[in-house]
Structures are given as C-alpha cells and as structure tokens.
Ligand binder design. Structure first.
Ligand SMILES: [Zn+2]
Length: 108
C-alpha cells in the first residue's frame, strides 16, 4: 500500500542505529593508550548518532503514522485527485511532478 510513506523514516532509523552500534563496538576494541582519546570521542559520536537517529526516525515515523491514520479516517485533504493522499514533489529530466504517497499515482 504505502511503502513510500514509511521508507525514509525507517531508513534513517536503521542507518543511524546500525552505524551508531558499529562505531561503538569498534571504539570498544581500541586498546592502544595513544588512541584512547579517539576511542572516547568515537564513543560519544556513536552515542549521539544512535540517540539522534532514534529521536528523528521515531518522531518522523509517528508523524507518518498520524498521516496514515487521518487518511484512513478520510480526514486528510491531500492533493491527490484519486485518493486525497499527501503528495511528495520531485524533479527529473521530464520536469516537476508530484507523487502520491498513498496510491503512488503521478501528477504532472
Ligand atoms: Zn493517491
């Protein structure tokens, strides 16, 4: 149905979580005393990456769930002429166009 609606929040969430955990695990294996500052910095960055992606991804996901809920209840007045769904706007070699996030219809 509406894969497009949840693709970006889930992508942000997954990339942030995986890279944050990867960086944290990598920085735990640094044993040389010279690199200790680097390891601590990497741990701080990984923690911020993890928390930031969690906050941004989850809040974006909740907003998209609210959009889906409103659309299901027929209280969303989007620009799609087929289903009243919300539109995302794009640009390619053929010019500007909008794509419905609910039914994937293109509007030129
Ligand atoms: Zn539509």
């Amino acid at each position: 149905m509406s894969f497009r609606l949840f693709a970006m929040p889930v992508l942000i969430l997954l990339l942030g979580q995986v890279s944050g955990i990867f960086l944290f695990v990598w920085s735990s294996h640094v044993e040389a005393f010279v690199l200790l500052d680097l390891a601590i910095t990497a741990k701080l960055i990984s923690l911020m990456l993890w928390l930031g992606s969690l906050a941004i991804g989850l809040s974006w996901l909740l907003m998209r769930l609210k959009t889906l809920f409103l659309w299901k209840k027929r209280r969303l007045y989007g620009g799609c002429v087929h289903c009243q769904g919300a539109l995302s706007h794009h640009d390619d070699e053929h010019g500007f166009y909008s794509k419905c996030m609910m039914c994937n219809a293109r509007h030129y």
